[in-house]
Design a protein. Sequence first.
Length: 401
Amino acid sequence: MTLLWDADPAATDRYDFAVGQVTRVDTQAAMVRALEEAPDEQLVLIGPDVDMEGACQFSEFCRVERPNLGVLLLRRRLDVNVLGQALRSGVREVITADDLTGLADAARRSRELTSRVAGHAGDTAGSTRSARVVTIFSAKGGVGKTTFATNLSTYLASTGSKVLLIDLDLAFGDVGISLQMLPQNSIIDLVGMAGHIDEQAIKSVVTKHDSGLDTISAPAEPSDADRIPGSIVGELIRVAKRHYDYVLLDTPPAFTSHVLAGFDDSDLLVLIATLDIPAVKNLRLTLDTLDLLGNPKDTRLIVLNRSDAKVGLRAEDVVAALKQDIAVMVPNSAAVPASVNRGVPIILDEPKHPVSVALRELAEKFVRAPEPGTQADGGQKSSEAGSGRTSRWSLSRGGNR
């Protein structure tokens, strides 16, 4: 979460794409109270219309009372006087209000600095970091697993989180090509390090994306998939958890040993359905299989992709077949395959598109680590894509909007 001091109610939607979930207050006093209630808050934004004197006064207060807190100042335009006054008062960076990319970069730098100041700069022997592991799965191909995985992971990375995306579709993985990357190494290069995988080993096989995302690609040759034992995946995830905030797993449409290893270490399973009978049937079998494996029900999240496609099935039919509610519904759009063909995740390229809105809701409400005292609900709510509202899909209501 990020605290925003701005009188404009529309400012929340304007900046949450760049910095993650935003909570807005409209006065300095309200901001001070909000900070008292959020002792672990790392970042504060001051809107472009807050007067300079008040912004600097607040920043000086934070420098004394909350030295680990990063304060970023937004202005309509920049000049030397504004920059000098802001930096003297303890503001970390000043950004123009319409530069969302610059704001995302500044937020990431500020969070990294806060981590170093607090003595928690990940990769030390005593680090207590433990990533949230999220697996995206469907037992049917073509439902959008890789699209979900690449969009969710690049979005989380663009908001300043340290994210690793692992392509577990070892024979025919598409993460690299979907993000227009040319990996020089892949997960096959870890086989010789089995039992000794560490941070440096992971770095040696990572390919970086422009969003800040780290990826580990599937092998270039499908035949190499058979050379990778499931134990490598478990070891890789356990090591990666100590060095990342989020580890996301893209998967093939099958219960391979690699996928099962991913399930064992996952905090959340994003299970994708579409409005066709084979996909719904396979997802029903997936839920039954997870029950047999002893997988906790509260770690599962049902997402309906292409939810408004006119194909003869409705969302309530899916609920009836699965006997489980839908958490998020993502609409159908030709813009999605177009974005895949361009190699640019739609959530970054068109943040206001209804598909992006639904994916961002999925990321913020369920994928992000839950606040203390809460948990990601494995299917109690659904998204009305583009509206920002949620409603409960259940058998008793018949799924009516």
